[in-house]
Design a protein around this ligand. Structure first.
Ligand SMILES: CC(=O)SCCNC(=O)CCNC(=O)[C@H](O)C(C)(C)COP(=O)(O)OP(=O)(O)OC[C@H]1O[C@@H](n2cnc3c(N)ncnc32)[C@H](O)[C@@H]1OP(=O)(O)O
Ligand SMILES: CCCC(=O)O
Length: 455
């Protein structure tokens, strides 16, 4: 069998040598979430304030440690940092004007990476952490399949940073880049892979929301759980339920899926395709979850178009999608990604799954949220508001929204009148805010004089 050692040695360079390849006026795409390059980032950041100018770094969900290109260049003399999806780190840096958001519907990332119409967005340099090369010359993308292969193939320069600690996640497809497709290899310092802390115990409101959703899930359902604390907590309660024969097609592989496996809930036998395997495009979770995915044929990573394109989601019957939001207004417009002009996260895959689940036979999408939010000054706010906070963007338009759930109940908003939506929402708002919401609905002239007609 051919060995790739000669080619490997030829392509091996240091992080500093790799950083010197970056030219002014270029776009660098970093690996997403926990596959962000570490050593390359440190080396590149040392070029801040030199003759290197006008370099855009594009990431997807930045995780700790803080990217050195941000930290070492606070005046942005050389680098400007962009993110397709904001994490806590991105929003903190964003508050200081150090990160700019690039909105996308997540399934379209595959098109952006491959379709020539988007070649103006293709990176000059693509660099991400990967697993060590296998005997076939392949570097595995680990916990981030996403849009990596397309970007790696279409970048002018493709650089991998090897980290022995990354789990090797089986595909699916597009889970690797071959040494023949790579320009340079960095052997990184094998830093620990970023992990999330284990989920806290659900509070009573979250427990109630989970109960209201779990009773809507049939045996054999195909599940998607979104990002953030709430969907994962609901997943934990699904693991403790009587449900059986569940399947997974989720953009993110969540910690609670491991619990479902441990309780024998997941068989993936009822799915329309990818039977017997849980399909996902990236993972962000605990070390236990990464260990579960390592070399595990029960799960398969795919490019994001495969997991998220709404028409593909809809091919599974009984698709159940569960995501969290920031706020909703009485017109039933959902904002899940900003607070006014402050970018909190991103559309990510939320719209993909709300559309896809609705089009699945007997499918349902749930946007689940606690009825109130406590701000940093300790003031309580209703998440159901007369109008979205000025500047907030609509993540899910009112025509698309399906079920919404708080600890006070759930409402299927599809097809309801403008009045019917406002009423349904006020019914699941926190009782302390209901009178004010009715008053606002009257002022907005979306309140019916009579409630004789029930929608
Ligand atoms: C991944 C998949 O499988 S697919 C689809 C999933 N993708 C999506 O749903 C994208 C949109 N959704 C999201 O990004 C998340 O679910 C969120 C942002 C809605 C919730 O995520 P969480 O991490 O649980 O949010 P959390 O409660 O920590 O709040 C995040 C931030 O928003 C702020 N925030 C939350 N709600 C509000 C609100 N109503 N008003 C103002 N700020 C708010 C919080 O204060 C926090 O900011 P901070 O970091 O400065 O303290
Ligand atoms: C990268 C997108 C993450 C999400 O959809 O939540």
């Amino acid at each position: 069998m051919k060995t790739y050692l000669e080619e490997y040695k030829r392509k091996l360079i240091t992080a500093e040598e790799a950083a010197r390849l970056v030219k002014s006026n270029s776009i660098i795409e970093y690996g997403m979430f926990a596959t962000k390059p570490v050593d390359f980032d440190i080396a590149l950041s040392k070029r801040a304030g030199t003759d290197l100018q006008n370099v855009a770094i594009r990431a997807t969900g930045s995780i700790l440690p803080v990217p050195e290109v941000i930290k070492n260049d606070p005046e942005q003399k050389t680098f400007q940092y962009f993110s397709w999806y904001f994490t806590a780190l991105d929003r903190k840096a964003g508050d200081f004007g150090l990160v700019t958001h690039n909105p996308f519907n997540y399934h379209e990332a595959t098109m952006i990476a491959y379709d020539y119409h988007f070649s103006h967005l293709w990176p000059d340099v693509w660099v991400a952490q990967v697993t060590p090369m296998d005997e076939h010359g392949c570097f595995n993308f680990g916990i981030a399949n996403s849009h990596n292969r397309g970007m790696a193939l279409n970048a002018k320069l493709t650089i991998v940073e090897v980290n022995e600690n990354l789990p090797r996640c089986l595909g699916g497809n597009e889970e690797f880049v071959h040494i023949s497709e790579v320009d340079y290899i960095i052997e990184g310092s094998n830093s620990p892979v970023f992990t999330l802390p284990p989920a806290p115990e659900p509070n009573p409101a979250e427990r109630r929301i989970a109960e209201l959703i779990v009773e809507e899930i049939p045996d054999g359902a195909c599940l998607q759980l979104g990002i953030g604390a709430m969907p994962n907590l609901i997943g934990t309660m699904i693991a403790d339920s009587d449900l059986k024969d569940l399947g997974i097609q989720s953009e993110m592989f969540c910690d609670s899926f491991v619990k479902m496996y441990e309780k024998g809930k997941i068989t993936n036998t009822k799915k329309a395709y990818d039977r017997y395997k849980s399909a996902y495009t990236f993972c962000l979770g605990t070390q236990e979850t990464y260990d579960f995915l390592n070399n595990n044929p029960l799960a398969a990573s795919f490019p994001v178009f495969h997991t998220n394109a709404p028409h593909r989601i809809a091919r599974h019957d009984n698709f159940i999608s569960i995501n969290n939001i920031v706020e909703i207004d009485l017109l039933s417009q959902i904002c899940s990604e900003t607070s006014g002009l402050r970018q909190i996260s991103g559309t990510g895959g939320q719209l993909d799954f709300v559309i896809g689940a609705f089009h699945s036979k007997n499918g349902k999408s749930f946007l689940a949220f606690t009825s109130t939010y406590t701000d940093k000054e300790g003031k309580l706010h209703s998440r159901i508001k007369p109008l979205l906070t000025p500047g907030s963007v609509v993540t899910v338009p009112r025509t698309i929204v399906h079920y919404v759930v708080t600890e006070y109940g759930k409402a299927n908003l599809k097809g309801l009148s403008v009045w019917g939506r406002a009423e349904a929402l006020i019914n699941i708002a926190h009782p302390d805010f209901r009178d004010d919401l009715v008053k606002a609905a009257k002022e907005m002239k979306i309140w019916s004089k009579t409630n004789r007609i029930p929608f």
